[in-house]
Design a protein around this ligand. Sequence first.
Ligand code: GDP
Ligand code: MG
Length: 599
Amino acid sequence: YPPDKIRNFSIIAHVDHGKSTLADRLLELTGTIKRGHGQPQYLDKLQVERERGITVKAQTATMFHKCNNNGSDINDVDKAAKFLLNLIDTPGHVDFSYEVSRSLAACQGALLVVDAAQGVQAQTVANFYLAFESNLAIIPVINKIDQPTADPDRVKAQLKSMFDLEPSDCLLTSAKTGLGLEQVLPSVIKRIPPPPGNSNSPLRMLLLDSYYDEYKGVICHVAVVDGVLRKGDKISSAATGHAYEVADVGIMHPELTPTGVLLTGQVGYIVSGMRSTKEARVGDTLHHNRFSVEPLPGFKPARHMVFSGLYPADGSDFDALNHAIERLTCNDASVSVTKESSSALGLGFRCGFLGLLHMDVFHQRLEQEYGAHVISTVPTVPYIFEYSDGSKAQVQNPAALPSNPKTELQLAGNLQYVGPVITLCSARRGQQLEYSFMDSQRAFMKYRLPLREIVVDFYNELKSITSGYASFDYEDSEYQESDLVKLDVLLNGQPVDAMATIVHKLKAQRVGRELVEKLKKFIDRQMFEITIQAAIGAKVIARETVSAMRKNVLAKCYGGDVTRKKKLLEKQKEGKKRMKRIGSVDIPQEAFHELLKVS
Ligand code: GDP
Ligand code: MG
């Protein structure tokens, strides 16, 4: 395969507009997977992806397609050239746009999929610009045209007015019924340029992604930009200088398929005896160790929007969690991890995430894929804290702060749909930056809001006040000064560092009140009285009490009913996994989770 017979493209879209379904259909069309292979969304391999119905990881698959050189499908197979196509399915949710931007680095083009009924949404805009800024050829695909409410002409007009994409360039498809799918690959071949690399230059490959396999060790996904890689080659990392021997090399077709060689422009995998996540650095350039090369540009480092502490739940240990986190960060390079300790929770980690959904997904993957039992603390956005001598520090853990920081934050959000949204944004201390119309029915707004106001519960509230009709996306903007206070939570007079939060001064009273009320619901009565307080510095602003249990309650309620007692004990054991004893009080994981919703 000379580079002119290779095309690398990704599928980008707003959540649910049909990326993964379209990817499935293309894999079927090329015979890469069997029709009706029994699992819809073939490339959504993770349990969390199947359960939540969302794509979290970008996935690559190689397909072969026969086509003549100008791209129109022909019947005369002899004259047809066989093309090698690498398809990368990407996540749509805003929290995973880091995955998208990494994937685009290996592509020369993108299918921009838009739902024919919903039209352009916030992440359509965000993803379009990611592709546009990477100079990719963009093929607009209006999907779901089988729906009764589909209005492709309106969507064409939106694409023209928002992105200057020509209506005549739009493909109309239904990934569900198969309508229009035959035009997709020929358009890819015709409209997306081949990879630009040079076969005769020394090898340069970009490390796109990695994961840990129990048997093979670290498996890296790579894009060969220049030169050729063969099994047995000796390669080095430009970042670390470490040398490796390539033990296996191949393509994802769609499972790992050894080929012994990867040519210029190809995307594939290598196994090279890397031991840990620290060696497989996403964005690194790998090259033959006999040549030194100019490293490829790599990727912008991920910007973390939310930080949270992760601690082993009672009954699991620190080493096991450490191991699980090491393995998982190999597959999710966008998480930052530092060790920390909490007086309430012991030894653990402070992790940085790209958003709350990302945090949730990471947590779920730790439990599902690595069997870890984790307590996560109230998440916080990053703050810059300025000391009285003028020096500054970024703070990722509220507990690390003295009581009265001055600080702040970030953000611009893209919103569609008006009315109550403006009210919502003002209530969250937002400032409107832009307000325009995409067409007669859809508006586009841009706001600057404190990050803390949106990471927590903004999306849910936005969806509920607009009956799901608004979509939003965000990117970070600069830090701004703000009047913030640290809010401590005290159990029986002892501050619980893992529950401290940072809030705006004007909201402190209300948030403190809600925090203690919420916490009270989660703490079971015990043999002694428990006081729950919220305080700013030494000043207690809210207080609740969980009264002591009367002694004979247990005896009475369990009576002679043995099965019921057994059931309860079992349930308690189950619950125990997720409990954390703080001082003498048991706190369930849900409590930590619920606390974050107070804002
Ligand atoms: P993604 O989030 O962009 O990957 O979207 P998915 O591929 O997961 O699709 C979201 C939902 O839309 C799924 O329930 C699909 O079955 C459905 N879907 C995808 N393509 C079509 C289509 O062409 N027509 C209809 N009616 N539904 C579709
Ligand atoms: Mg998907």
